[in-house]
Design a protein around this ligand. Structure first.
Ligand code: HEM
Length: 141
């Protein structure tokens, strides 16, 4: 059992990384690689099976096909099919720098959620104080 887990962990940690330059070479019908969501797939044997035809795949051969793949709105089945052609991941240096942008947006989001908490709390405190004065005034008069 333990050995199985170890083997799995090992195979997961030994993912291969390919550079864009390397992937670009595999752009022909006898040797077709594409990138989808930073993962690299060798789809040579899938070309003829593709329900959308091999032409569209060959147009994307050796490049990042994420946008075209998503534009078509592929089914869950199609996404699961992808897994069997997985050969590695795109090298970190060649990935689009979207992550930085996300962090920036998240940070801004956090700042604004901080202010949205403080304003209602302050408002509630002010109302509470006013209410106390009002009750005290009523009692004393
Ligand atoms: C290896 C990656 C891909 C796999 C496994 C895949 C799989 C499939 C499958 C299973 C379908 C049938 C419909 C569905 O289940 O969604 C389909 C349809 C289609 N795919 Fe892909 N596809 C891949 C990549 C692409 C790319 C990169 C493009 C575009 C450049 C594309 C364009 C299309 C089109 C146009 C259809 C036909 C849609 C229709 O007739 O309704 N596919 N694909």
């Amino acid at each position: 059992m333990d050995t199985d887990n170890n083997t799995e962990a090992l195979s997961k940690s030994s993912v291969k990384y390919f550079t864009l330059e390397e992937i670009k070479q595999h752009n022909m019908s006898k040797d077709t690689w594409i990138i989808i969501h930073d993962k690299v797939y060798n789809i040579t044997s899938f070309l003829e099976e593709h329900p959308g035809g091999e032409e569209v795949l060959l147009e994307q051969a050796g490049t990042d096909a994420t946008e075209s793949f998503e534009d078509v709105g592929h089914s869950k089945d199609a996404r699961e099919m992808l897994q069997q052609y997985f050969i590695g991941e795109l090298h970190m240096n060649d990935r689009k720098k979207e992550a930085g942008k996300d962090i920036f947006i998240t940070t801004t989001g956090k700042t604004s959620s901080w202010t949205t908490w403080v304003i209602p709390i302050l408002a509630a405190a002010v109302v509470g104080v006013m209410y106390r004065y009002y009750v005290l005034e009523q009692k004393s008069s």
